[in-house]
Ligand binder design. Structure first.
Ligand code: DX5
Ligand code: ZN
Length: 220
């Protein structure tokens, strides 16, 4: 099932509730929350207290993308704070199996995030323990960057890897996606599409959500 996940990284942090209402009214089903620690990535954003507040403010699926070092120390805490999906970076965690299991045991969907320059075989062994894979189509850290075109072939190869193993792992894609390339990534096999600046950077975010949903479902 195709889903659009607006990233609040590009929203006004002083008016998050307003931003959420807008994307809800446009038909978004997932809210993407970028957690950055200034160590794994060169930027600092938000953490557990904000996720707790978001949980009270919306019934959308809360998808926390942990761009932090040692995610195993915090992953289950994000589930307790209200996250429905938690992704951890393959580059940040030498114990993927342990952390993915901890996320599932805490009651959320567990995801592996992978940077543009990291080969897919780095996550191969952990694939059966993940509910989804988040393919980064920009280098993580900032919104508004240009989509890296080789990400399309990577999504295709990942889709094949999942099919060959008889798994039901979903593919999420994040970075540089807008109404012009959303159809390409959906056609390649991505099901959960993250978009920040293409939604919150527009004067009418609800309309931007509707436009992207329409473009993407043109293929289905
Ligand atoms: C980047 C974040 C993304 C970001 C995407 O490190 O993981 O979720 O918000 O922003 P856009 O859609 O503007 O590239
Ligand atoms: Zn993200």
């Amino acid at each position: 099932m195709f889903e659009l996940a607006p990233s609040i990284l590009s929203a006004d942090f002083a008016n998050l509730e307003d931003g959420i209402r807008k994307v809800e009214s446009g038909g978004a089903t997932v809210l993407h929350v970028d957690v950055m620690d200034g160590h794994f990535v060169p930027n600092i954003t938000i953490g557990l207290p904000v996720v707790r507040s978001l949980r009270k403010a919306t019934s959308l699926i809360i998808d926390t993308h942990l761009m932090i070092s040692e995610p195993g120390r915090y992953a289950a805490q994000f589930v307790e704070a209200g996250a429905d999906m938690v992704s951890i970076h393959v580059e940040a965690d030498p114990h993927l199996h342990r952390t993915l299991s901890a996320i599932r045991n805490a009651g959320a969907k567990a995801g592996i995030a992978i940077n543009p320059a990291t080969p897919l075989f780095a996550l191969e062994e952990a694939l059966p323990y993940a509910d989804f894979v988040l393919v980064m189509s920009v280098n993580p850290g900032f919104g508004g960057q240009a989509f890296i075109p080789t990400s399309i072939a990577k999504v295709r190869r990942l889709r094949e890897m999942i099919r060959e193993r008889g798994l039901e792992t979903r593919i999420e894609i994040d970075g540089g996606i807008d109404e012009h390339n959303v159809l390409d990534v959906v056609e390649a096999g991505a099901e959960i599409i993250v978009a920040g600046s293409a939604i919150f950077g527009k004067s009418n975010p609800a309309e931007a959500v509707r436009t992207m949903l329409n473009r993407a479902t043109a293929w289905v």
